[in-house]
Design a protein around this ligand. Structure first.
Ligand SMILES: *Cc1c(COP(=O)(O)O)cnc(C)c1O
Length: 377
């Protein structure tokens, strides 16, 4: 990608974090060591869960959740299509069937009524995504899952620190997953973490990430067919330091969101994300605006193009999963996914990172509004 004057996202790494990473390199233990243990303990405590299992990506974490819950061939898992493709891919990795369900236009999260309508005798689980860090409707989804005997996996890869009625996203279902790619709220470069209150699931995930080794400590004894999904000590050292300041990072990101809100609030061509939500707390992953109904996909793409030509990074979050080439050979979803497709055509992710300045936010907003005006005439 070409370098943007104002990038879409940018990591925020302190000197202390660099120091912590370099210090690991001075030790003999570069994998499966004390940093892993400390990062897992700290993440479990932060999320209010009993166990945490670090893995090499959010995708690996979600995949292990699917496997640990015994979801396999022919089983159906309800997932949103307005999301990152990994959420659906992990279902297909185990030959299970992703059943796409539409989102609520106000929250961009799974619509609980539509979830309930999509349940069949083959449904095994709901993979709930807390989209853009806004918590999903857990107060409605959890009772639906319970009533139908379904497992709940929380894809909290965009939502570390988000809260539902005082509980952290990721800790409410059978298992939750965080991700630490560089554009996330905190990063390890690459990495992920499963959190759960289920000791059996945690033990299974721990074995599966390490070639199926049991906890007896025999390096050459493999109790199940596993993977190498380990996260190195170098990554864990960075994650541990980043996690220490996650609350100040989240405060800062909420402030940036409020700057965008203030600058764009009067614009009648745009739908802005809500800053406050009832019964919960947003963990700001990205700041995504949507164009009003009268705009088309081509308009959105032209606006994104205009901004990029001016050195302003922006994204088309999300291109619906069911429309991806890799998903064309699946049967057409029963749900028409109308809201998903509309959101996919009209959303624009704006530059959003810890260190963005108020001046940059103001400039992005001006350029965005100019670009919209050009389309409108
Ligand atoms: C980032 C993300 C993931 C995991 O991404 P990795 O790159 O594998 O760490 C999964 N689901 C969602 C919704 C995400 O945004």
């Amino acid at each position: 990608m070409t370098q943007m004057r104002v990038p879409l996202s940018a990591p925020d790494i302190t000197e202390a974090e660099i120091e912590a990473v370099v210090n690991v390199l001075r030790t003999p233990q570069l994998s499966l060591g004390p940093k892993l243990e400390a990062f897992e303990r700290a993440t479990a405590d932060y999320a209010g869960a009993s166990h945490a299992v670090a893995v090499n990506s959010g995708t690996s974490g979600l995949h292990l959740c699917i496997r640990c819950l015994g979801i396999g061939e022919g089983d159906e898992v309800i997932v949103p299509s307005f999301t990152f493709i990994a959420a659906a891919n992990v279902v297909r990795m185990e030959r299970a069937v992703p059943v796409f369900v539409d989102i609520d236009p106000a929250t961009l999260n799974l619509d609980p009524d539509k979830v309930e309508a999509a349940i069949t005798p083959r449904t095994r689980a709901i993979l709930v995504v807390h989209t853009f860090g806004r918590p999903a409707a857990m107060a409605r989804l959890l009772p639906i899952a319970k009533r139908h005997g379904l497992r709940v996996i929380e894809d909290a890869c965009e939502a570390i620190g988000a809260e539902v009625r005082g509980q952290k996203a990721g800790s409410l279902g059978d298992a939750g997953v965080f991700a630490f790619y560089p554009n996330k709220q905190i990063t390890t470069g690459e990495g992920g973490m499963i959190v759960t209150n289920d000791a059996g699931l945690a033990a299974m995930a721990r074995a599966l990430r390490n070639q199926g080794r049991g906890n007896a400590g025999h390096w050459l004894e493999h109790t199940v067919v596993g993977y190498n999904y380990r996260l190195s000590e170098v990554h864990c050292a960075l994650g541990l330091e980043q996690l220490r300041r996650v609350d100040s990072i989240l405060r800062r990101r909420a402030e940036v969101a409020s700057w965008y809100d203030e600058c764009l609030r009067g614009n009648t061509d745009l739908i802005l994300p809500e800053l406050q939500i009832p019964d919960g707390k947003i963990s700001w992953f990205v700041y995504v605006v949507r164009l009003r109904e009268r705009f088309q996909l081509e308009d959105r793409d032209a606006i994104v193009q205009t901004l990029r030509e001016q050195g302003i990074g922006c994204g088309r979050y999300f291109a619906p999963v069911h429309l991806q080439p890799a998903y064309r050979d699946l049967p057409k979803p029963n749900d028409p996914l109308t809201v998903t497709e509309q959101a996919g055509q009209r959303s624009i992710a704006l530059p959003f990172f810890n260190k963005i300045s108020l001046a940059d936010v103001r400039e992005v907003c001006e350029r965005l509004q100019d670009a919209i005006r050009e389309i409108s005439v």
